[in-house]
Design a protein around this ligand. Structure first.
Ligand code: NAP
Length: 229
């Protein structure tokens, strides 16, 4: 669905996968322009301050249309918490923060930034995680990360159903990037088990470039396979 040339926007371009995608698109001959937003960009996007989403949207409005938007913002752990191993580890503060970063911020971003996409055709992808799949949950643990990504998936699916009616050429997708060497995965043997960020970015971009309108509202892996919700 991407025209040639196309314009792209990366949300979370300070992150490992976000910066790899930004770099890849900066060197993509089909990409006319790529903009990256993060907590310290101008405009900034910060899910601890949700008003920044609308402010960033207003600032980018003059630059529309975009054809590819990839939201890479997400968190698994912080200075205050690590993923829960057992029910006894559940805390409202961690659940609240994880839902804010992984579901509420990304959903409000879809609400605003999807309006920047060319109605003639475009892709809005949000990075989710396979551990957010309810059907695939065999190991348990990681309560707030799993639940917030499952909520994200439902929000994407619901928005895709609505937007299919009004903007049939806009594709909304949830993408699992696979394990990637990053600050997010590092405490969980990410450097040992993960792929290089530039390699993951190439795979993600290749999946996104091959999406068709029928893929809107699906959850896809970096390899292109559909992941059950
Ligand atoms: N790496 C993996 O193995 C893996 C596996 C499955 C899914 N994912 C998903 O892929 C995405 C990218 O992960 P990554 O590995 O690139 O992680 P990362 O290097 O930690 O990058 C995370 C990005 O999210 C931003 N962010 C975090 N909290 C934020 C907040 N409250 N407001 C605004 N921005 C915030 C970070 O901004 P700062 O730079 O300002 O902190 C950074 O840009 C995430 O959604 C993650 O859940 C990753």
């Amino acid at each position: 669905m991407l025209p040639k040339p196309f314009r792209a926007l990366i949300l979370g371009s300070s992150g490992t996968i976000g910066s790899a995608l930004l770099h890849l698109l900066q060197n993509d001959p089909d990409c006319e322009r790529v903009t990256g937003l993060h907590r310290h960009s101008a405009p900034a996007i910060d899910y601890d301050h949700l008003d920044t989403i609308e402010l960033a949207y207003e600032a980018l409005k003059t630059e529309q249309p975009y054809h590819l938007i990839i939201n890479t913002i997400g968190a698994l752990h912080s200075n205050q918490f690590m993923p829960e191993k057992r029910l006894a580890d559940l805390h409202s503060s961690q659940l609240t923060q994880q839902f804010l970063t992984n579901a509420i911020g990304p959903a409000l971003s879809i609400k605003q930034f999807s309006q920047l996409i060319d109605p003639a055709g475009g892709v809005y992808a949000t990075l989710s995680a396979k551990v957010g799949s309810i059907a695939d949950n065999r190991l348990g643990g990681w309560y707030s990360y799993r639940a917030s990504k499952a909520a994200l998936n439902m929000l994407i699916k619901t928005a895709a159903i609505e937007l299919r009616r009004t903007k049939p050429n806009l594709i909304l997708a949830a993408i699992h990037p696979g394990t990637v060497k990053s600050s997010l995965s590092r405490p969980f043997r990410g450097d040992e088990l993960g792929r290089e960020p530039h390699h993951a970015a190439q795979e993600i971009l290749s999946v996104l470039k091959n999406l068709v309108p029928a893929d809107s509202g699906t959850f896809k892996s970096y390899s292109g396979e559909v992941i059950p919700w």
